[in-house]
Design a protein around this ligand. Structure first.
Ligand code: FES
Ligand code: FES
Length: 156
């Protein structure tokens, strides 16, 4: 299988029904993307496929086709990703960190689609990303801070 991941075409000797998550982690060594539930229930494995946030644990690599895949390893390459990374540090969001790759990738997809989300918009998009450490409040604060940096005139 060929996958365009983080700007580079890479090859994996796997069956088409292999979940993208295992290709990323076990074949390509991109271990920033985490395994949580394996059932599209927690969001830990979230990556971007064709610019859309997807649960890589349930996405067969054969369904990716020529859509570009972006993982947490290149989050900072996009303006939204860079702003989020900065805000995450400023707000000190992270506790154990396990869910945070997925949280950040989901948040980046949100800001790409909606550069100035209100609380309801943030909650609607982020609700599927579970954090056992309960960092939800700080995640919301950091997303708003990043949005303010991206669109200063629309600061919430
Ligand atoms: S590991 Fe994919 S959603 Fe939980
Ligand atoms: S920071 Fe620990 S699970 Fe989210």
């Amino acid at each position: 299988m060929r996958v365009l991941v983080n700007g580079t075409v890479r090859e994996a000797d796997v069956e088409p029904d292999t979940p993208l998550l295992w290709v990323l982690r076990d074949v390509f060594g991109l271990t920033g993307t985490k395994f949580g539930c394996g059932a599209a229930m927690c969001g830990a494995c979230t990556v971007h496929v064709g610019g859309v946030a997807k649960r890589s644990c349930v996405l067969p690599v054969g369904d990716v086709g020529d859509q570009p895949v972006t993982t947490i390893e290149t989050l900072a390459a996009s303006p939204a990703g860079k702003a989020l990374q900065k805000a995450w540090l400023a707000v000190d969001v992270v506790q154990c960190g396990y869910c945070q790759s997925g949280q950040l990738m989901q948040a980046a997809a949100l800001l790409d689609a909606n550069p100035a989300p209100d609380d309801a918009a943030i909650d609607a998009v982020m609700a599927g990303n579970i954090c056992r450490c309960g960092t939800y409040g700080r995640i919301r604060t950091a997303i708003k801070q990043a949005a303010g940096e991206l669109s200063p005139t629309r600061r919430l």
